[in-house]
Write a protein that binds this ligand. Structure first.
Ligand code: PXL
Length: 285
């Protein structure tokens, strides 16, 4: 696969910003985003929205950062460091979503701004532990998703957001249309959780054309952080100047390789890992 270029020592890399939650187990959230961005040649800036208390067995609690502190992190990074793309993950509450949407509009992040925004509408961990208050779903639908350049829900999130069950290609197209109707420039419906299929085909829709992105399914229980990794890889490629379809195609291959390199950790689900890239050296061949 074509990898994103790493910057020679001492040169300033492109930058991207993740607005998301931390994972004390190091597998998902901001930790997954920062690792992926680093190994995609991107300096990762972070706006912490929530701190989760979690290990590989689940999330036992989380603490929300005050909304004005979340927005402040975004504002201060953009005004000084400058970013080529941004990504949201766990935002936890309506108040944080509204603060993030407000500052994104203010500084030009989002579908109508200069800086593309990948929205990963994180609602729950893979163990089913909530990472978003149920009352915040309306803000996800009507405040966050309309700002997105690309929105990347998994099938559980598609159901929560649109009320639609994706079971086959036809229902995936209907779900992509329903997501796109909320206002993002592009919507992805990920096939990764359609466990019955041998393929893991993602569908990308811009309101006119469906792009199908097939990949072989990898059977592993160590897929913690897979969704974060996909969205962070899309943001990384956008920061490098890729178009959305090219960024998504890159991110899909990247995530496949990270799933292949996932490892056992603790007694629960281990993380997907981008560390395979370290073994390739700077040229990445
Ligand atoms: O993978 C989704 C996700 C995002 N962000 C945080 C998480 C998780 C899953 O557990 O903990 C902080």
């Amino acid at each position: 696969m074509q990898l994103l270029p790493l910057t020679p020592n001492g040169q300033t890399p492109v930058r991207a910003l993740t607005i998301a939650g931390t994972d004390s187990g190091g597998g998902a959230g901001i930790q997954a985003d920062s690792r992926t961005m680093a190994l995609c040649g991107v300096h990762a800036c972070v706006a912490v929205a929530a701190v989760t208390v979690q290990n590989t067995l689940g999330v036992s609690a989380f603490h929300e950062i005050p909304p004005e502190i979340v927005a402040g992190q975004v504002r201060t990074v953009v005004s000084d460091i400058g970013i080529g793309a941004a990504k949201t993950g766990m935002l936890a509450s309506t108040a944080i979503i509204e603060a993030v949407a407000g500052v994104c509009r203010e500084v030009g992040i989002g579908r109508d701004g200069e800086i593309p925004l990948v929205v990963d509408p994180v609602a729950a961990s893979m163990h089913g532990d909530p990472l978003l208050h149920a009352e915040a779903l309306d803000a996800v639908r009507h405040t966050l998703i309309p700002l997105a350049t690309v929105v990347t829900p998994n099938l559980d999130e598609v159901r929560l957001i649109t009320g639609l069950d994706v079971v086959d290609d036809r229902s995936a197209r209907k779900a992509a249309e329903a997501l796109h109707a909320l206002g993002p420039r592009w919507a992805i419906v990920k096939g990764g959780h359609l466990r019955s299929s041998e393929q893991s085909t993602d569908l990308l829709f811009d309101g006119e054309t469906f792009h199908e992105l097939p990949a072989k399914r990898i059977a592993t229980g160590n897929d913690h952080g897979g969704g974060d990794t996909l969205a962070a890889a899309i943001a990384s490629a956008l920061a490098h100047g890729y178009s959305v379809p090219d960024a998504v195609a890159f991110a899909k291959e990247w995530t496949f390789r990270c799933l292949e390199a996932s490892y056992d950790l603790g007694a629960g689900h281990g993380p997907v890992s981008p560390l395979w890239r370290l073994h390739l050296g700077i040229s990445g061949s």
